[in-house]
Design a protein around this ligand. Structure first.
Ligand code: NAD
Ligand code: DAU
Length: 350
């Protein structure tokens, strides 16, 4: 199979590409990535010389380029992860989310529709999406595959729109597709604009930890390698035109998570107990901040036999170890553009 993975140089995409390259030596894996600030080929150093791997630098918004690579490589499967993925950036610049997440997805759908028009046998378009499309939960309840869409941020609105386009292409053009909606990932290679890697980096540097609002917002955390395993299963075993929710069965209020992370970091860095917690600083809330996300992952569990393989404490330990052992990676991604972003984002509140 010639398999196109988009966004494979990013956080989740790099774990997906690595798994596919290693587990399916008979597939040719094409990793298409624009290498935005979030994409980094260092994430794939260990597999870049494998004979079944090829990197394609390109932009999913560039329609002509997308059609050209479909023509050239005759893809039979697509796993689409490329996206602008950070909620805070979407609040500052919604249009770039419209371009990549909506127009980019429609370009890929159009190319798949065109090149698969004569035979859909063995073809599959897998759209990787987020639980944020469902909006926010109150204190109870879980997101299921039939929860109504109710996105609240420009990021989640753009992902919701792309999900609708995928579904519409399935209905209108009979494009064979699957969608999954996953909760918050964490793990190695996570870009340090998101809560866990940002706070790991700030603890290392003894900088304030900016907790939004009262810190009582709840997220459902999943180790990234478990998400990659779920993506492999959904791609190979999921049913056409179905959605699968993926989650960690693992809800944490931000402030409790941050305190746990502080304890782990104090121990690993051999600093006095309680020293990282002193860095916690409550700052102005994120506008439109969703109170709580929590996934009902029973469908993928029952139908495909998937469940997370590590506990949160194990996953967090592994994550912290990775960041401490990869300080060069951290230094390289936090130079340049990152410093501008960080100053603009946090200078008024810290
Ligand atoms: P990321 O921001 O770490 O990586 C995104 C990748 O896409 C980068 O390599 C970037 O260079 C590439 N990219 C961006 N714009 C592009 C364009 N126009 N053309 C080609 N490549 C482009 O994102 P992530 O956290 O790894 O998320 C991957 C996917 O999974 C996204 O679709 C996201 O919505 C979804 N998702 C993420 C999470 C999470 O917790 N991170 C949870 C559920 C779903
Ligand atoms: O739920 C899946 C989504 O999870 C993905 O679709 C997104 O791509 C991914 O970025 C993530 O979105 P969140 O907005 O939940 O993740 P983030 O790490 O930005 O924030 C997690 C929580 O921590 C959220 O309640 C906001 C809060 N937070 C975040 C940052 C960056 C802070 O309190 N301080 C911060 O500095």
């Amino acid at each position: 199979m010639n398999l196109l993975v988009t966004g494979g140089a990013g956080f989740i995409g790099s774990h997906v590409v690595r798994g596919m390259v290693k587990n399916y030596p008979n597939y040719n894996i094409f990793n298409l990535d624009k290498l935005t600030y979030a994409g980094n080929l260092e994430n794939l150093k260990d597999i870049e010389k494998r004979p079944n791997y090829k990197f394609l630098k390109g932009d999913i918004v560039d329609e002509a380029y997308i059609f050209k690579i479909f023509e050239e490589y005759n893809f039979e499967g697509v796993i689409h992860l490329a996206a602008e993925s950070h909620v805070d950036r979407s609040i500052k610049d919604p249009l770039s989310f419209v371009r990549t997440n909506i127009i980019g997805t429609v370009n890929l759908l159009n190319a798949a529709r065109q090149y698969w028009r004569n035979s859909k046998e063995g073809k599959r378009f897998y759209h990787v999406s987020t639980d944020e499309v469902y909006g926010t939960l109150g204190e109870s309840g879980l997101f299921t595959e039939t929860t109504s869409y109710d996105p609240n941020s420009p990021y989640s609105a753009s992902k919701a729109s792309s999900d609708h386009f995928v579904r519409a292409y399935g209905e209108t053009y009979k494009l064979p597709y699957v969608v999954s909606n996953c909760s918050n990932n964490y793990g190695p290679n996570h870009f340090p604009e998101k809560l866990i890697p940002l706070f790991i980096n700030n603890i290392i540097e003894k900088k304030p930890l900016p907790v939004y609002g009262d810190g009582k917002y709840t997220r459902d955390w999943l180790f990234v390698e478990d998400h990659a395993t779920a993506i492999d299963l959904v791609f190979h075993k999921g049913k056409n035109h179905e959605t699968y929710n993926i989650g960690g069965f693992n809800e944490w209020q931000n402030i409790d998570l941050v305190k746990l992370l502080c304890q782990i970091m104090d121990r690993k860095l051999e600093r006095p107990s309680g020293s990282s917690e002193k860095l916690i600083t409550y700052v102005k809330d994120r506008p439109g901040h969703d109170l709580r996300y929590a996934i009902d992952a029973n469908k993928i569990n029952k139908e495909l036999g998937w469940k997370p393989s590590v506990t949160f404490k194990q996953g967090l330990e592994k994550t912290v170890d990775w960041f401490l052992q990869n300080k060069e990676w951290l230094a390289s991604v936090t130079s340049g553009e990152y410093q501008d972003y960080y100053n603009k984002m946090y200078s008024k509140s810290l």
